[in-house]
Design a protein. Structure first.
Ligand code: PMP
Length: 394
C-alpha cells in the first residue's frame, strides 16, 4: 500500500539548517529556525526550569497517567498567566496539548466538529503550519491582508476591510502578539477596531499566543487576548510554552475554549478531553509540570520572569543595533521598522532572489519569504548583516 503515498515537500527551514551546517564560511549567520539563542548562539535551559526539574525529580513518586485534559494545576496556572482573570475561570474549558502546535490543531478540530462548514480567516502571511493543518483538515481558508510590503508594518485598512466580510460561524485567527513571520503587530487602538469587527460580524476569534513575554512584556503581550475574551461571547486560545519557558522539545501547550455559559463550558471541556483521546490520549506531562511548578512558586516565578526579561531585552537590543547600523550605512530611516517590530521575527520584505543572494554571496541564512530570526544575531553579526543588506541593494 505504501507505493500510493505521494512525496511531501521537504521542510524549507530544516533544509536551510542543513545548508547552513555545510557552509564553511566563518562569517555565516543563521537567521532561520525559530528558536531563541543567546549571545553565544546557545538555546539555554532557563534557570527556573532547571530548578523546577530538580524539585519534580525529588518529589515525584509516580508517573501514572494524568487526566485526558492534563494536570489541572497546569491549566489553572496557564489560564492565570494568559488571561489573568479577564473572564471567570468557570467559563474557560482547557486541555493540555503537545506544544502550541497541538493546541492549534485541536482548536481546528473543535471548530470542524462544531461547524463543519466554518471558514478560518488567516493573516497573509501567517505561520505556515496554520495553513498546512487547515489544508490537511479540509477547512476553508480565507486570507486577510496583513503585511504592508512598503512600510513593513500592518496594512490595517486592508486587514479590517477583509475581516468585515466574515460572518457568524466563521473563525478569525489572530496572533496574540509577536506576529510570526512578520514581527509587525497591531497597536491598542487597532485591536479595539478588530474587537468592533468581531462584535459586528459575530465571527469567533481564535488567538494563537506563542510568544507571551517576547514582545513588550508578559502583561503587555497578553493585553489584546484579555481584551478580546472579555468582549465576545466565545473564543479559542492556543498557548505555547515552548518559547517563553524555553522548553521546545517538551511539547507543552494549552488550548482554552471560552464560553459564555456553564452548559457550553461543560460541553467544551468534554469535547476537548474527547479530542485529546482521539489524537493522542493523555498529553505530555513533564513540561506542563515544570511550568506549573514555576508559576506556583514565588521564587521560581520571579527568577523565570527576570530571565525572560533578559531574553526580551536582548532581542530588543539587537533590533535597535541593526536598525541603527542600517541607518548609518544607508543614510535613511527606511529600516526603522526593524526596531518597531516585536518578537523573535522580522520580515525584511524583500524578494526570494535577494534572500538567495544574501545566502550565496554573504552566508546569511533566512527563510525565503525574508523572515529573519532576530535572536540569531549577536553584536558581531549585526554589522555583517547590515552591510550585506546594503550590498545586495535591499
Ligand atoms: N504558533 C505560532 C505562531 C508559532 O510561531 C509557534 C512556534 N513556531 C507555535 C504556534 C507553536 O510552537 P510549539 O508547537 O513548538 O509550541
Amino acid at each position: 500500500m505504501f507505493e500510493t503515498l505521494k512525496a511531501q515537500p521537504a521542510d524549507k527551514i530544516l533544509a536551510l539548517m542543513q545548508m547552513y551546517k555545510d557552509d564553511p564560511r566563518e562569517t555565516k549567520v543563521d537567521l532561520g529556525v525559530g528558536v531563541y539563542k543567546d549571545a553565544t548562539g546557545l538555546t539555554p535551559v532557563m534557570r527556573a526550569v532547571k530548578a523546577a526539574e530538580h524539585k519534580i525529580w525529588e518529589a515525584q513518586d509516580s508517573k501514572v497517567y494524568t487526566g485526558l485534559a492534563g494536570d489541572p494545576a497546569f491549566a489553572d496556572a496557564m489560564i492565570d498567566l494568559v488571561l489573568d482573570g479577564a473572564v471567570p475561570r468557570a467559563t474557560v474549558a482547557a486541555a493540555a496539548t503537545p506544544g502550541g502546535t497541538g493546541a492549534v490543531r485541536q482548536a481546528f478540530e473543535l471548530i470542524q466538529m462544531a461547524k463543519p462548514d466554518a471558514r478560518v480567516f488567516v493573516s497573509d502571511p501567517t505561520w505556515p503550519n496554520h495553513l498546512s493543518m487547515l489544508k490537511y483538515l479540509n477547512i476553508e481558508i480565507v486570507p486577510y491582508r496583513y503585511f504592508d510590503n512598503e512600510t513593513r508594518g500592518v496594512d490595517f485598512d486592508g486587514m479590517l476591510a477583509d475581516l468585515k466580510t466574515a460572518h457568524a460561524g466563521d473563525v478569525i485567527l489572530l496572533h496574540g502578539c509577536c506576529h510570526n513571520p512578520t514581527g509587525a503587530n497591531l497597536n491598542a487602538t487597532e485591536w479595539d477596531a478588530v474587537i468592533d469587527v468581531l462584535q459586528s460580524t459575530g465571527a469567533t476569534p481564535m488567538i494563537d499566543i506563542a510568544y507571551q513575554g517576547f514582545g513588550d512584556g508578559l502583561q503587555e503581550d497578553a493585553a489584546a487576548t484579555r481584551k478580546i475574551v472579555s468582549s465576545v461571547p466565545e473564543c479559542l486560545i492556543a498557548a505555547s510554552c515552548s518559547k517563553n519557558f524555553g522548553i521546545y522539545r517538551e511539547r507543552t501547550g494549552l488550548l482554552m475554549a471560552v464560553a459564555s455559559d456553564a452548559t457550553a463550558h461543560d460541553l467544551n471541556q468534554q469535547t476537548l478531553a474527547y479530542l485529546n483521546r482521539q489524537n493522542f490520549s493523555f498529553p505530555p506531562d513533564h513540561g506542563a509540570r515544570v511550568v506549573s511548578t514555576i508559576l506556583n512558586d514565588a521564587t521560581l516565578k520571579a527568577d523565570w520572569m527576570a530571565e525572560l526579561e533578559e531574553v526580551r531585552n536582548a532581542m530588543l537590543d539587537l533590533r535597535q543595533q541593526l536598525a541603527d547600523e542600517l541607518q548609518r550605512l544607508s543614510g535613511s530611516d527606511r529600516f526603522g521598522f526593524l526596531a518597531q517590530h516585536r518578537g523573535m521575527f522580522s520580515r525584511l520584505g524583500t524578494t526570494p532572489e535577494k534572500v538567495e543572494q544574501l545566502r550565496t554571496e554573504h552566508g546569511i541564512y533566512m527563510v525565503g519569504d525574508s523572515r529573519m530570526n532576530i535572536a540569531g544575531l549577536n553584536t558581531k553579526s549585526v554589522p555583517i548583516l547590515a552591510q550585506a543588506i546594503i550590498d545586495v541593494g535591499i
